[in-house]
Structures are given as C-alpha cells and as structure tokens.
Design a protein around this ligand. Sequence first.
Ligand SMILES: Cc1cc2nc3c(=O)[nH]c(=O)nc-3n(C[C@H](O)[C@H](O)[C@H](O)COP(=O)(O)OP(=O)(O)OC[C@H]3O[C@@H](n4cnc5c(N)ncnc54)[C@H](O)[C@@H]3O)c2cc1C
Length: 434
Amino acid sequence: MAHSEPAKRLVIVGGGVAGLEIASTLGRQWRRQDGAPSITLVDREAAHVWKPMLHTIAAGTRDISQQQTTYLAQARDAGFSYRPGELCGLDREAREIRLAAQHAPDGRLLVPKSRLGYDVLVLATGSQANDFGTPGVAEHCWNIDSRRQADAFNGEVRIRLLQSLTQETPLHIAIVGGGATGVELAAELVQMVEAVTAYGARGLYERIDITLVEAGPRLLAGFPEDISSATRTRLEALGIRVLTDAQVSAATGEAFVMASGEELKATLKVWAAGVKGPEFLSDLDGLEANRNNQLVVGPTLQTTRDPAIYALGDCASLTPAGADRALAPTAQVAHQQAKYLIEALPRAMRGQPVRDFRYRDMGALVSLADYDAFGSLGQFGLFNGTTFRGRLAQVSHVMLYRSHQARIHGFWKGGLLWLVDRLNSRVRAPIRLD
Ligand SMILES: Cc1cc2nc3c(=O)[nH]c(=O)nc-3n(C[C@H](O)[C@H](O)[C@H](O)COP(=O)(O)OP(=O)(O)OC[C@H]3O[C@@H](n4cnc5c(N)ncnc54)[C@H](O)[C@@H]3O)c2cc1C
C-alpha cells in the first residue's frame, strides 16, 4: 500500500469468524498506543454467534442466548467501535461505504441509510447457501446461514414437533446438501428428538423421519473417502435416510421434486448446499468478483483492483500460487487469514512491506452431535492425511470453538465462558423446551 501518511481509519465489515477476531485483537493492541488508527466494525446483526455452531442453534441443542456475543459489549471490552448497518454499496473514489436502512419486522425504521468513510476497508461478510436458481427453494426452504435464520428455523421445528405430538401426525424433514452443515444438522436433529422423547414425548421418535440428500456420489466431498463412508454408516445407524447421486430439481410446499421425477415428501425443508457470497459483492464499484460473488484477492488479501480494500473468509476467493483452485470457504481459512491480517494490517497501514499469506491445511473435523466425530489431519505436519474419530475428534471439534472464544474474549474470559457452559449443562435442560 502506498500511503504518504499512515492510514487512520480502519473499517471492518462483517463481525464473524474473521472480522471479529481482527477487530478484537487489533482493538486491544491499538487502544494502548497513542495515535493508533481507529477501528469501526460494521455488522447487520446486533450479536455474533460462531457460525459453525448454527446447526446446534437450529436444532435447539444449544441455547442462542448463552452463545451469542453482543457487538456493543464486545466493542467496549476490546476497544473498537461498533456501527450497526448492512453494507449495500461502495464509493471507492470517496473512500466511503454505503449502508442500507434497517427496519424492525413490523416495518419501523431502526437504522437510517448512511455512509461511512475509511482509509482501509476489510470485507468479511461471509457467505450463504447457493440454490443455483432451483425453482421453489427460495420460497419453501429454510437456510441456516445466519444467527437469525437458525433461530427462526428452531422456532418452526418446535411448532412442528408439538403439532406432531399432539395431533399424532408424521413429520418429514429433508436436508439438501451432504457437506458438513447438512451432515451435522441431521445428527443434531436426531439428538434433539431423542432428548424430547426422554422428556416423555412418547411416539414422537417413530413419527419423525429425516432424509439427507446429496447430489454428488458421497457425503463430505472435501473429506477423505473413509470418513465419508463411516459418516454415512453412522448416520444411517441413527435412522437417517441418506440419498447420494440425488439431484433436486424443484421444491414445493410439501416435497422436493427429484431430477428422476420422484417426489420426496418433506414438511420441513432445509437447503444447505453450495456456497456463494452475498449478491451485492457481484458488482461492488468495479471490484473483481468470481461467479460465486466472492471478491478475488491476491496473496496479501488485497482485492485485485483496489489495494485499500481487503477481503477474507468466505466472501473472498484466493487461489494460492501453484494451486489449481481457490481455498475452500471454511472457518479454518477465515481464522488463518484473520491471523495474517492482524499482523499485516498495522504494517501496511504504516506503509511498511508485508509478507504474503500462506495457508496451512490443518485438516478438517465433522461432528455428529454427541454420537461421534471424525477428523482428518491436513497436508501440514507429520501425520499427513491421517484420519481419526470418536472422543479425540469430539474434543478437537470442541476446541475449535473454545479457541475462537479465547481469541475474541481473551484467555481468562474465554475460560470462564467455558466453565459457565459446563455448569449450565449440569443445571439446564439439554434442549430448548420453551
Ligand atoms: C452449520 C454450519 C456448520 C459449519 N461447520 C464448519 C466446520 O465444522 N468447520 C469449518 O471450518 N467451517 C464450518 N462452517 C463454515 C464456517 O462457518 C465459515 O467458513 C466461516 O464462518 C466463515 O467466516 P467469515 O468470517 O468469512 O464469515 P461469517 O463467520 O459468516 O461472518 C460474516 C459476518 O458478516 C455479517 N454480514 C454479512 N453480510 C453483511 C452486510 N451486508 N453488512 C454487514 N454485515 C454483514 C454477518 O452478520 C456475519 O456476522 C460451517 C458453516 C455452517 C453454516
């Protein structure tokens, strides 16, 4: 970056895995330094929930009120400013972002539209499922891409369960997408139904069926084959019907219509397939985007057409040198990129040179609720490609969340939050029953 004077205003849009880690860490560093740049974090939500746990919020096996971090409180704790707002446009010449007006569900204006100036802009607005324009999906399917969607889905699940219980009607649930989100949600729903049954909801278990639909030949395409097949076996043992090589061609109010012409009955339909960036990124004042609406970035995570604008995490597309495809949209990538920018941004904003980002594949983990978990070690380290399962994988999965909490809250507060969760698990019901 070529600034004659050090850049003074850092604006981060998106307080998710990547954005909140950067705002919290740099906020704590810079508040002790005289003349350090200001940090403003913009998010359209009022609170952060670690996205890889949204399926547990959706199933009701975790209580959202215990897992969310409100941005206002976090901003005060960590030394940055929070600005509620939804990014909808950009004026690169004026170095301003445009924020849309936000309304309450009843239509009242909450946040008027506005503009916000920056010297350096970091975009970390995440992604959403991609329905590839499949007819009926937008109208009839639930997504669990945000805290609000996961919570809304859980509200619907609780209504449907009660109906099924009191009216003795069957409940067909179908989830499209055999990636980590679909697999983890399916297992979590089984755990929820088992818990409700244990509270005395007799006959409910038998009236509910869950189907997981995947267009490709196997579940968890990004994992080694032995994990895919072991996961399938485990899900089937839990009573979940798994369909692979099964393409959905439309969704209706009551079913998925398969490419084969068959109908898959589904009262509750979840679309958890594909990943794309938010629509507004496809044409953000001339920034280069790929066909999945992700901003194309170079090795320092600067966007290809504007060095004052960085993008990372799910909303960015980075193809490492020598690789034939871009990095996958995972929390691991988002976190490593955040860690890199925490080091690189202070230097870049002072006009000093920075090294390139290097991704280290540390492997992947998938959790099947409390039943099981699977992991693979990445291409980095001694045990390249080794797979593991069971307790070790479950603990490793838990550690992903706990280390994220430690990064945003600090070691001690992160530890206390863990302790509170442990205590709550002793004294509270394991599912939402309200
Ligand atoms: C159910 C589920 C399970 C998953 N499990 C795993 C897993 O086990 N391992 C793994 O590596 N990955 C997993 N993932 C993927 C992982 O969650 C994402 O890769 C990761 O969250 C990406 O981080 P991010 O910071 O780019 O975006 P996010 O964490 O999604 O954060 C984006 C933020 O931007 C905000 N935002 C969006 N648009 C706007 C806007 N226009 N204006 C203002 N703010 C905006 C959002 O409110 C949000 O706070 C899972 C995803 C899901 C849904």
